[in-house]
Design a protein around this ligand. Sequence first.
Ligand SMILES: C[S@@+](CC[C@H](N)C(=O)[O-])C[C@H]1O[C@@H](n2cnc3c(N)ncnc32)[C@H](O)[C@@H]1O
Length: 206
Amino acid sequence: MKTSQEKHKVEGEKQLEDQTKSKASRWLWLRRSPALLDALRRLFEPPKRLIEPYVKDSQVVADLGCGSGYCTLALAELVGSEGKVYAVDLDRKCIRALEKRANKSGYRNIEVHAVSAADVSFIKDRSVDFVLANGLLCSMADNRQSAVNEIKRILKSTGQAYLSLGFGLPLGFVGQAEWEKTLEEFRVEQGGSYKEKWAVVSLRKE
Ligand SMILES: C[S@@+](CC[C@H](N)C(=O)[O-])C[C@H]1O[C@@H](n2cnc3c(N)ncnc32)[C@H](O)[C@@H]1O
């Protein structure tokens, strides 16, 4: 019998294979390369500038589809030693690269998981102050609704999530109708148009 980790690994490898076949993959793979591309990206999209408005000291945050940790280390710095960062990515290589970077920089507040964001059951309900899903949904070949459900499950009632699409169709997997339907499940606080491809959202009040 397969353990849940093994199941995720098989599921993950299949999904990555699908991505590699898709048109999007060339670009998505590029976005996952660590050092050189990160240095270039820092010039246009410094990670701290993206997340600083939403993250405070001692908070619990989740970086879903964290890649090799472009924003994860900045999150770890912002929440400090009393806070915690869950870093989740399907790609084991990315997770290994992130672990190396975190160890090198001395961060002890990052918990890494090489699993799908579609099932983050190791994170308790209503326990997370901020979810970063930067370029996640557009990179998921399937199970996107499960990932959205997980974001809704783990967010505190006072929490916020930053959702963004690196690319729309056909380079990414999410078109305008799906993006708008996803946002309807939340309260949109900032952004939200398909043209902008990012939104800061919180839970709808029941
Ligand atoms: C465009 S990259 C963004 C990486 C990172 N958030 C950043 O801003 O640099 C998308 C990431 O999502 C990951 N990914 C794709 N499908 C996933 C899934 N089902 N669960 C978790 N991560 C996934 C990919 O491996 C990739 O690292």
